[in-house]
Design a protein around this ligand. Structure first.
Ligand code: PMP
Length: 422
């Protein structure tokens, strides 16, 4: 039962674990966009295991690919040949623009960003990394430094890491003025570093930070500035990749840029532990004479599953579906904003949506307590949302990409009802 699990967690798992909901949900089964608890109650999953279940829980085609591969061979490592990793790398490279053709497989987003940072430093010969405030890039000892959320009270562990102001159109001091934010990066490099940097990393829509879409045109200007300072540009597509934004397959395309390194995880495996770094042959070459080995990266089961994910997204036209359902959802949420003053901002693209709650529209005071109440109420109504933002006052709606317009209707009606009861 839920109580027994809780007791064991407390006894045997670390104290840093946290859970959603006052009475944590005990999940036993998942089918596409639905989760089922121990009593068989169904919930609409609008958070997809933190933006990870891309195709849907236990999607039959992904499940079949994993199962069949598991029966044949689960593990061998890259010291032998196996077709799955090669087929998967080929399929993934075919999804990338420009000269981004060399793939490294790892097991998580943190690992992907670790490797990207290492490559940036080796390739550029510099140490300084720039990341944005309000960013999440991982929890490993290096990436924790790139992560810049006020809830993380760790010392920045190594090397030079610089956090610059994030170009947040809703809360940022320069509104949507991408040029002013880009100037901050220029100034920071000029006055805060040797004038040379290793790289710049950003999510193209900040995920954990609360679905913050970077001011339009920002990345183009910053990429120029960073490259002039000797650095490489890294796009963290851990949440934004694989068509979720609807308008594009990759989040960086929404800003009209081509990065030098792209990192990904979460949705790439529909729940399997899988991540990847894709870069150019020129950058990959700096790794040629170095030890770069990953025991599990691209193992047969994960590669078979990842390949199935890519196929399903194409076959089921999930990118177009995200665009269609997402614009419907965002439209309905904007109508709700007219009705409920507590909704300060509705933002996002496709099925990567944020609803920021404020107690006061002018000052934009975060409605922290109200968000917590609504969050519990939505669970009672059978809808599981994500929570995020610097102040914990943003609902993150990032469901499996099979989420339908009917699901969107249900979610918005539930939110409307919950808000009217506040
Ligand atoms: N980058 C982004 C944008 C993320 O959202 C996350 C996870 N929340 C990570 C990196 C780290 O991924 P992982 O937890 O798989 O290490």
């Amino acid at each position: 039962s839920a109580d027994q699990i809780l007791e064991k967690r407390k006894k045997f798992l670390g104290p840093s674990l946290f859970y959603y909901y006052q009475k944590p949900l005990n999940i036993v089964e998942g089918k596409m966009q639905y989760l089922y608890d121990e009593n068989g109650r169904r919930y609409l999953d609008a958070f997809a295991g933190i933006v990870t279940v891309s195709c849907g829980h236990c999607h039959p085609e992904v499940l079949n690919a994993i199962t069949e591969q598991s029966k044949l061979l689960q593990h061998a490592t890259t010291i032998y040949l196996h077709h799955a990793i090669a087929d998967f790398a080929e399929a993934l490279a075919s999804k990338m623009p420009g000269n981004l053709k060399v793939v490294y497989f790892v097991n998580s987003g943190s690992e992907a960003n670790e490797l990207a940072m290492l490559m940036a430093r080796l390739y550029s010969g510099n140490l300084g990394m720039i990341s944005l405030r309000n960013a999440y890039h991982g929890g490993s000892s290096s990436t924790i430094g790139l992560t810049a959320l006020n809830t993380w009270k760790y010392p920045i562990p190594e090397g030079e890491i610089h956090h610059v102001i994030n170009p947040d159109p809703f809360r940022g001091v320069f509104g949507s003025d991408a040029t002013r934010y880009a100037k901050e990066v220029q100034d920071h490099i000029e006055y805060g570093t040797s004038g040379k940097v290793a790289g710049f990393i950003a999510e193209t829509i900040q995920g954990v930070g609360g679905a913050v879409e970077l001011a339009p045109g920002y990345l183009k200007q910053v990429y120029d500035i960073v490259r002039k300072a000797g650095g490489v540009c890294i796009a963290d597509e851990v949440q934004t990749g694989f068509g979720r934004t609807g308008s594009h397959y990759w989040g960086f395309e929404t800003q009209g840029v081509i990065p030098d390194i792209v990192t990904m995880a979460k949705g790439i495996g529909n729940g399997l532990p899988l991540g990847a770094v894709v870069t150019t042959p020129e950058i990959a070459n700096v790794m040629a004479k170095k030890i770069q080995f990953n025991t599990f990266g691209g193992n047969p089961v994960c590669s078979a599953g990842g390949l199935a994910v890519l196929r399903v997204i194409d076959k089921e036209k999930r990118q177009a579906h995200c665009a269609d359902v997402g614009s419907h959802l965002i439209g309905r949420l904007r109508s709700l904003q007219d009705k409920h003053d507590i909704i300060g901002d509705v933002r996002g693209r496709g099925l990567m949506v944020g609803v920021e709650l404020v107690t006061d529209g002018k000052e934009k005071t975060p409605a922290k307590a109200e968000t917590a109440i609504l969050f519990e109420k939505m669970r009672e109504l059978g809808v599981l949302l994500g929570k995020g933002g610097l102040h914990g006052n943003v609902f993150r709606i990032k469901p499996p990409m099979c989420f339908t317009k009917d699901d969107a209707e249900y979610l918005v009606d539930a939110l409307d009802y919950a808000m009217s009861k506040l």
